[in-house]
Design a protein around this ligand. Structure first.
Ligand code: GLC
Ligand code: GLC
Length: 826
């Protein structure tokens, strides 16, 4: 069943029932102020850090699942029957049946429209560019031929800033909540009197009939959000919160003539005051509002709201126009042109911190994750990619290793999780190479960046990459393969953990010294990264401004890559596929010798991406084995056979029931590696077939099985061993977004940035006659038209009407900003 449809022209997904299989969400904000919003207006907001600066409260794992959000209640003061008197225009939380409902999730905004009792309500939620606030613009229309008398109640629940503390430390928190209500604006100022210099505000464009700030006064004891006492009575209690649970609720009473329309604007925001100007008057405990009031009054004006919304729309139009395609396949077009690009931006902003499956408390920015997220995002806003690279590199350790995570607010490495995930540093090499290829900005390599944020330890970024490579070479095991450490890309393959105590963290517990267990995956990743490093070093050597950076010649990295390659063929090749690892006993994993876990997806993907066996048929063998053993109609599973029991020496991977997560689930992040590998072999039909199996738009028709949003990738789809094979989980925050974007745009459509120019090497299905790409690259607009004259992947290139050898469109040397390229595939 379908729960909605795509509106590609408006870049929206339109949901036409509130009762989706799971909450289908969207994100608001893309700079510092962020919000999550579901199709029934559930969700929460935060400033920069979902844990440390949370504005509104949200209780995960609730019943109903999606409770708490940006709620509005309408009360028809003329209604004759009680049952239809009160409703929520977003359906939740009142859940009164509506005559009409529609939710449109767009690029950075959500629009919910509904109708009941002849009253049409539309709420547009968004965060203006450059501001730390969100706007809810409510438009009420009276479709009756009589006057409507409507009470509007807004409702949010404030979070006491630190979301972790907020959900645990009740003995303190029930006593500290504080608010101010001045001139119809509700201010939430818990802890402002002491060490905080920030507060939240919730304002409304209308004169208030009443307000509430104490939750139980609003709801009534023993009532939930579905049926607040105040809304039922049609009258606020004007409560002021002292401790307990501060909320914000405005009451506006409006009379609407027949056919009349009215806009009511709510603004919820975050504001900081200078430390020495927190109070007004200075000796008081009253918030100094002089700095915030101009912002509030600006956004309570409809014209400003319209302007801000237009600003947001054109921001996204400009971003998405950097890469547009027109192919024979609508799912490809829709994902590349709109939703996949959008998701890469969201993962870039959020890493794995805040979604409906990530509480915002658990994880900060992942080192490995953020480097990969950047691969899909770098062409959109390269300046932010640059900043992210420098932030990440600043958390690198002097050993070349890296903190696995850092907190976005402090940008410091997270000590609780620590380091020792031995793949981490290599991803930095891939991210930096991608950034320089995209931008040609070699100056980033000279940026002085500290280790572990320690002043005095600064070294040029290029030196960080040298250490990243060296980190692997310094940690080789008995077979000369890289030692795995706590885990490699697969966080759940914990070969040094040996955890037998319930509740212990597989990620941070290590009971072995880690001198034996090795990873074939890291070996493949190393070959890929070392080749990138060689290519980068060649460029560095050839440029006057950077040539003194290179401590080793390019050949050093090529030699390191080929010697690792030789090791893989010796110890990592199983005859029909690449092996996965060696455990702490020196036993192989991911081999015919194993009973369970005989073949894993990760090394097949990464080794072929690093070009291992592409020339001699072994890559093809490996990928054919993937097809036989791992592929399903819903995507490619992580390994087979699934682990049927818990193996102490393998760790978390075997803790999951078969078919879920890393235990033979379709861990979508890895699927694009296989697509890229297939493209490397020139098998366009196969690559695109894998692409479509997990493409959310292509799965829209099986919504009851898939269950997650049909417009974004999920981390996982249950594998063939699972009872719910085909069911997706953990949507939005996953490396799947970036990697699918890379796979389809760079390897299947084949348009990829290189140091010399834009390369075009499509490996598309044989049945595609033609396709077009518009790509902005280093400030130049490339219009590329690809046409087939034969079924293969041979490229004949014409640039501005002139035939050119090879498949790289050189950068224009005459300053022109438009390039036309025609490609003949045969
Ligand atoms: C999660 C993690 C990622 C890891 C993957 C596989 O998506 O965020 O870092 O690589 O799981 O375990
Ligand atoms: C769990 C998840 C894995 C994730 C890890 C991050 O192990 O299964 O996917 O990478 O947590 O800490």
């Amino acid at each position: 069943m379908r729960y909605g449809h795509f509106d590609d022209a408006n870049r929206e997904y339109v949901i036409n029932t509130p009762e989706t299989p799971l909450p289908w969400i969207n994100y608001l904000g893309s700079e510092s102020y962020f919000g999550l919003i579901s199709n029934t207006a559930g969700g929460y907001s935060f400033y920069k850090d979902a844990r440390l600066r949370r504005l509104t409260r949200y209780r995960y794992n609730n019943a109903p699942l999606d409770s708490g959000g940006r709620y509005i209640y309408l009360r028809d003061n003329n209604a004759s029957s009680d049952s239809a008197r009160v409703w929520s225009p977003s359906w939740m939380p009142a859940r009164t049946p509506l005559d009409f409902y529609e939710c449109r999730h767009g690029m950075g905004y959500t629009l919910i429209r509904s109708k009941l009792n002849g009253i049409e309500a539309q709420t547009k939620y968004f965060v203006p560019m450059g501001e730390n606030l969100e706007i809810w613009e409510l438009t009420l229309s009276n479709k009756h031929d009589t006057v409507a008398d409507v009470s509007v109640f807004s409702a949010i629940e404030f979070n006491l800033w630190d979301a972790m503390d907020d959900s645990t430390n009740f003995q303190r928190n029930y006593s500290i909540g504080q608010v101010e209500v001045v001139d119809d604006v509700i201010y939430h100022k818990t802890e402002y009197r002491e060490r905080r210099d920030h507060f939240a505000y919730f304002a409304c464009s209308e004169k208030l009939t009443g307000f509430d700030t104490q939750r139980e006064s609003f709801l009534g004891s023993y009532r939930g959000w579905d049926h607040p006492k105040v809304v039922e009575a049609g009258e606020s209690s004007n409560s002021i919160a002292f401790g307990w649970q501060p909320i914000g609720s405005h009451h506006i009473r409006v009379q609407l003539k027949a056919g009349e329309q009215k806009k009511i604007i709510f603004v919820l925001g975050y504001h900081e005051n200078p430390k020495d100007a927190k109070f007004d008057p200075p000796e008081s405990q009253i918030i100094n509002k002089r700095t915030v009031l101009p912002i509030i009054s600006k956004y309570l004006k409809p014209a400003e709201v319209d302007k801000a919304f237009e600003g947001l729309r054109s921001h996204w139009t400009n971003l998405l126009n950097k890469f547009q395609v027109n192919t024979p396949d609508e799912h490809t077009d829709r994902m590349v042109n709109i939703w996949n690009a959008y998701q890469t931006m969201i993962t870039f902003n959020m890493s794995r911190s805040a979604s409906y499956f990530e509480s915002g408390i658990g994880r900060g920015m992942g080192f490995r994750d953020s480097n990969q997220d950047l691969l899909g995002f770098v062409h959109l806003i390269p300046e932010r990619a640059r900043e992210r690279i420098l932030d990440l590199a600043s958390t690198q350790l002097e050993t070349g290793g890296a903190y696995h995570q850092y907190q976005p607010l402090t940008k410091r490495g997270n000590n609780d999780v620590g380091s020792g995930f031995n793949d981490d540093p290599l991803w930095l090499v891939l991210a930096v190479a991608a950034y320089v290829k995209e931008t040609g900005d070699f100056s980033i390599l000279k940026e002085l960046v500290p280790y572990d944020n320690k002043p005095g330890s600064e070294e040029a970024l290029y030196g960080h990459l040298v250490r990243s490579i060296q980190y692997t070479l310094d940690r080789l095991g008995p077979n000369q393969l890289p030692l795995i450490g706590r885990a490699d890309w697969n966080d759940c393959l914990n070969l040094n953990c040996f955890s037998d105590s319930p509740g212990q963290s597989f990620q941070t517990t290590t009971n072995k010294d880690g001198k034996v267990a090795e990873s074939v995956f890291i070996a493949g990743l190393f070959v890929l990264a070392a080749k990138e490093m060689a290519e980068l070093t060649k460029q560095v050597e050839s440029q006057k401004s950077t040539h003194d950076l290179a401590s080793q010649p390019s050949k050093y990295y090529l030699d390191a890559a080929s010697s690792m390659e030789a090791t893989v063929w010796k110890a990592g090749w199983d005859g029909e596929w690449f092996r996965r690892a060696y455990d702490d006993f020196g036993h192989v994993l991911g081999s015919k010798e194993n009973e369970e876990g005989r073949i894993f997806i990760e090394p097949q993907g990464i080794c072929v991406m690093a070009d291992l066996g592409v020339e001699d048929g072994r890559a093809q063998k490996a990928l054919d084995s993937v097809d036989v053993h791992l592929a399903t109609p819903h995507g490619v599973v992580l390994q087979q056979p699934a682990f049927s029991k818990y193996y102490l020496h393998l760790g978390e991977i075997s803790s999951y029931p078969p078919g879920y997560k890393e235990n033979a689930g379709i861990f979508c992040h890895t699927n694009p590696w296989i697509m890229i590998a297939e493209a490397k072999l020139g098998r366009g039909d196969k690559a695109h077939d894998y692409y479509l199996r997990i493409n959310p738009s292509a799965r829209e028709g099986i919504g009851d099985l898939h269950r997650c949003e049909p417009y974004v990738y999920a981390q996982m789809i249950a594998g063939k061993d699972a009872a719910t094979h085909g069911e997706a989980k953990n949507s939005w925050l996953t490396g799947t977004a970036a990697w699918n974007y890379v796979a389809i745009t760079q390897w299947i459509l084949g348009v990829r940035p290189t140091y010399e120019g834009l390369q075009v090497a499509p490996v598309v299905p044989a049945g595609w006659d033609s396709f077009e790409v518009l790509r902005e690259f280093r400030g130049v607009r490339y219009s590329i038209k690809v046409e087939r004259s034969g079924a293969g992947n041979q490229v004949k290139l014409e640039v501005n009407g002139k035939a050119i050898d090879g498949n790289i469109i050189p950068l224009p040397t005459d300053g022109s900003k438009e390039v036309r390229a025609r490609i003949l595939l045969s």
